[in-house]
Write a protein that binds this ligand. Structure first.
Ligand SMILES: [Zn+2]
Length: 165
């Protein structure tokens, strides 16, 4: 298929004068007046026949760029720097509901995470406390035992002194 047939296949229908123009910026600075091609809205000189990214990396790059563009556009809309799209009240309510749902899911995840952190801290504190109590009990038992042994030896010494006298 020649470029010529490809080009004519993709042109818009209708009278020539009302067909869409390419509009790309030309060297002179004025918008290109050539007729636009159907899929791209540009003429064949300005990327109108481009098939876009073909490799997986190229497609991923394109996806990422589109995502970032939409995020920026919605930020500007929310800030009032760009008009909101002309969407029906139902659609708008649906989008608001979805946004609320996302927010509450995020909040729930945050709460869950905090609960887990608090629980881990409490458990670590309890283990530390038990360890300290156990050490204190052992130390007290050691002291009691030493005291008993000291008294026992004193008593034996006295008994030996009495039997010798
Ligand atoms: Zn053009």
């Amino acid at each position: 298929m020649s470029l010529r047939t490809k080009y004519s296949d993709r042109t818009f229908n209708g009278p020539k004068t009302s067909r869409p123009k390419c509009g790309a910026r030309t060297i002179s600075g004025r918008p290109c007046q050539a007729q636009a091609l159907k899929p791209s809205g540009r003429c064949f000189r300005h990327g109108g026949l481009s098939t876009g990214p073909r490799t997986p990396e190229g497609k991923a790059r394109q996806r990422q760029a589109a995502k970032e563009t939409m995020r920026r556009i919605w930020q500007e809309r929310r800030r009032g720097e760009r008009p909101m799209p002309n969407i029906s009240d139902e659609k708008r309510a649906e989008m608001a509901a979805r946004a609320r749902q996302r927010q509450s899911a995020l909040q729930a995840a945050r709460d869950e995470h905090l609960r887990e952190l608090r629980w881990k801290k409490w458990r670590a504190d309890m283990q530390e406390k038990r360890r300290e109590e156990s050490l204190a009990r052992k130390e007290a038992a050691r002291i009691r035992h030493a005291e008993r042994m000291r008294r026992y030896r004193e008593k034996q010494k006295k008994q030996r002194a009495n039997s010798n006298a």
